[in-house]
Structure formats: C-alpha cells, structure tokens
Design a protein around this ligand. Structure first.
Ligand code: AMP
Length: 219
C-alpha cells in the first residue's frame, strides 16, 4: 500500500501520518525528517539541502527524487509524508511505481487555512529522536510532560525553519509548487481531502479516523 500525505507545512501530515502508519503497519517516509537527519550529520546531501531548507525553499527535484527512489527501493507499504511536493516529483513517482507494478492507494490532503498554519507552526515542537519524529504543539496539542516526547521519552526541540519569515516563504512555495498537486491527484481520482479547523473540537483522533475510513474504502 502507498499512501501520500498532502498539505501545507504544519497541516499535520507528520502527526496524522504517524497514526495512519500505526493503523496500517506502514513505513513512514518523511522527506523533511530525512533531510534534517542528513543536515545534523553534515553529510554532502545534508549540506546541500540546508542551503534551500534554511531559506524555506524546496530542495531541487533531481536531488529529492533520487533520494526518495533510493529509499523506496528497499521498502514496501509506505506512507509518503512531504513527497511529492511538485508536479515533476509526482510524475517521477508515478513512473517509478508503474515500473514496479505498484499503485498509490490514496492521497490524504489535510486542508488547513493559512492563518491557522502560521499559528500552528510558530508553536510547534518536534521529537529529537529521528526514529520517532513525533510532533506536538505547545498550545493546541502539548505533550503530557513539558519538553518530553509522549511516544519515546526523548527531548523535544524547535525546528529552525519554524520561524515567521521562513514559514511565510514556505507557505508561498506551497501555494506555488505543491497546491497544484490537489488538481493532479483529483484528476487521477485519488484525492481524499479533509478539512481541519484547529479551533474546533476536532481532535487528532477524529482526523485519523476519517482518514482511516477513507483509506479502507479504497483498499
Ligand atoms: P517538512 O518537514 O516536510 O516541512 O520539510 C522541511 C523542508 O525540507 C521543506 O521546507 C523543504 O525545504 C525540504 N523538503 C522536504 N520535502 C521536500 C520535497 N519533497 N521536495 C523538496 N524539498 C523538500
């Protein structure tokens, strides 16, 4: 099974993606997490990615596509979080999966208004353990113990690119490069869009249950 999480930065792709992975036993492949790990280890790929990520820009398609295909080669049953982010990436993924005789099961689009994205990302904290990658929000979804991950007990940190200027740039990049994927996957009959209002009573569980129901309907 191949599930794609689509949505603006801070829409909850990682959080809901983690839950979906638990329900369907999928591997969570988050391109942002992979890049952050490479940056932390100062690898060649990490240094290259940092030039773009620190400015809120996308890492070039050829670099990202090669990295993702290298990971997908070794995996089966995957949830892609943060990939594809451009039409050329989506086309490359289609070609790759077709060559392996595989298909995308569903594309879950988390639909959150821009103003909520800015509020959310400025209070986001993430788990420092790359194997875990859980994400919290100090206002809307705090961990049980301040500064500590509920899932694995590691310390929580703030992402460097979650600052107001970079968030604005990332949102612009999202609207220009990634939003067209909504139409791309709608035309392929794969899109499942879920509207999220961070001020309503809708919980992480509600959104997860809705996503799981939509995936089950397509299995
Ligand atoms: P994320 O954790 O998904 O918000 O990703 C953090 C940053 O990594 C993004 O702002 C991009 O700079 C970069 N990135 C992640 N995924 C991709 C992708 N599919 N294509 C290009 N850049 C990406």
């Amino acid at each position: 099974m191949y599930i794609i999480m689509l949505g603006a930065p801070g829409s909850g792709k990682g959080t809901i993606g983690n839950e979906i992975c638990d329900k369907f036993n999928l591997v969570h492949l988050a391109t942002g997490d992979i890049f952050r790990d490479e940056m932390k280890r100062q690898t060649e790929l990490g240094k290259k990615a940092e030039e773009y990520i620190s400015k809120g820009n996308l890492v070039p398609d050829e670099v990202t596509i090669a990295m993702v295909e290298g990971k997908l080669d070794k995996l089966e049953n995957v949830l892609l979080d943060g990939f594809p982010r451009t039409i050329p990436q989506a086309e490359a993924l289609d070609k790759y999966l077709e060559s392996k005789g595989k298909k995308i099961t569903a594309v879950i689009n988390l639909d959150v208004p821009d103003k909520d994205i800015i509020t959310r990302t400025s209070s986001r904290v993430i788990c420092s353990n790359k194997e875990c990658g859980a994400s919290y929000n100090t206002v809307f979804m705090p961990p049980k113990v301040e500064g500590i991950c509920d899932r694995c007990g590691s310390p929580l940190t703030k992402r460097k690119d979650d600052n107001p200027e970079t968030i604005k740039e990332r949102l612009d990049v999202y609207h220009q490069n990634t939003e067209p994927l909504i139409e791309y996957y709608t035309n392929k009959g794969l899109l499942e869009s879920i509207k999220i209002n961070i001020y309503s009573e809708t919980t992480k569980e509600d959104t997860t249950n809705e996503a799981v129901k939509r995936i089950n309907n397509r299995k």
